[in-house]
Design a protein around this ligand. Structure first.
Ligand SMILES: Cc1cc2nc3c(=O)[nH]c(=O)nc-3n(C[C@H](O)[C@H](O)[C@H](O)COP(=O)(O)OP(=O)(O)OC[C@H]3O[C@@H](n4cnc5c(N)ncnc54)[C@H](O)[C@@H]3O)c2cc1C
Length: 275
């Protein structure tokens, strides 16, 4: 059997390393999608905030990357939901985009320490850029299912309105009060024609951290902050929070890539940015 062909690379249809299957995929648009991957055997327990590493075999080698799980641990029997951006020129995401539902793949994990503090009744300030909202969705889904939602203020920065992920879910929770969350998306390119109908906040997410803290009375005495996504955003938002008096222990971080790193093989300017 011939494998799937992506530009210059062939994904092996079968391999002894494969232990999971891509069971579902929902596209938000051409470069953002939700993927469900299920182990062939029993699911592995995980804590919300942790990540799984998924991969496929190409030319006898595994090509794999880590992704935060967005689904609740109690749903692991159905699979693990991952929210992924296609990085043009990236090593792995173009392969993932080429995979049809039903294709087998490798999944290992969970890993990671970006998890909720136990019994923490402080307000949870979730700050994310792009797909960095995924671990927070897992945390909220699990807390809600456990009947113990924690008051949250959720900031998510994207370039364009169409990039705001989990919007219906988060706005639905906020509107109904089912989860006590204040959801504040912001777009960083308000002048772009595709953002013409946007009436929400504008500017990069790190630029709204201080004003939101002031407006909502969030400070080091009542709030813990969780930051996830683009490293530049995280370092900038962290600086703001420390300047507002937050301790380092109350600012938790998950960087999706090392600061200053560009995808290998991407021509300058072709990388689709998360914000
Ligand atoms: C713990 C952890 C969890 C992660 N969870 C997610 C997740 O839930 N969703 C997700 O989309 N990515 C996530 N990532 C990033 C992911 O692992 C890959 O780096 C990304 O999908 C690009 O892979 P690639 O091989 O196509 O690009 P590569 O060839 O590896 O190029 C990497 C470069 O792509 C750019 N890049 C990486 N991630 C993104 C992104 N999300 N948006 C825009 N540019 C990016 C950066 O410039 C980075 O240096 C996570 C990373 C880590 C370390």
């Amino acid at each position: 059997m011939t494998g799937l062909v992506t530009p210059l690379r062939v994904i092996a249809p079968e391999a002894p390393q494969y232990n999971a299957t891509l069971v579902d995929r929902q596209d938000q648009h051409e470069s953002l999608a939700y993927f469900w991957i299920r182990f062939h055997g029993d699911p592995t327990p995980f804590e919300p905030g942790q990540y799984m590493t998924i991969g496929v075999m190409v030319d006898g080698r595994i090509v794999q990357r880590p992704y935060s799980v967005a689904s609740a641990p109690r749903d692991a029997g159905k699979g693990y939901e991952l929210y992924v951006r296609l990085v043009e020129g990236g090593q792995f995401t173009p392969l993932l985009w080429a995979l049809p539902v039903g294709h087998r793949m490798r999944m290992i994990g969970p890993k990671g320490k970006f998890t909720l503090e136990p019994d923490d009744d402080r307000i949870h300030l979730f700050i994310s850029s792009g797909t960095g909202n995924a671990p927070f969705v897992a945390m909220m889904r699990e807390l809600l299912a456990a009947g113990a939602p924690r008051r949250a203020v959720f900031l998510n920065g994207c370039s364009y309105e169409r990039d705001v992920g989990y919007r219906a879910l988060l706005e639905g929770w906020e509107r109904s009060g089912e989860y006590p969350v204040t959801f504040i998306p912001t777009v960083s390119r308000p002048a772009d024609p595709s953002n013409a109908g946007w009436t929400g906040r504008t500017g990069r997410v790190e630029s709204i951290v201080a004003p939101v803290c002031e407006e909502l009375g969030l400070d080091s005495s009542n709030t813990i902050a969780y930051l996830c996504g683009n490293p530049d955003m995280i370092l900038s938002a962290e600086e703001t929070l420390l300047g507002l008096g937050f301790s380092e222990a109350s600012v938790k971080k998950e960087l999706y890539w090392p600061k200053g790193k560009e995808p290998k093989g991407a021509a300058a300017g072709t990388v689709t940015s998360d914000q």
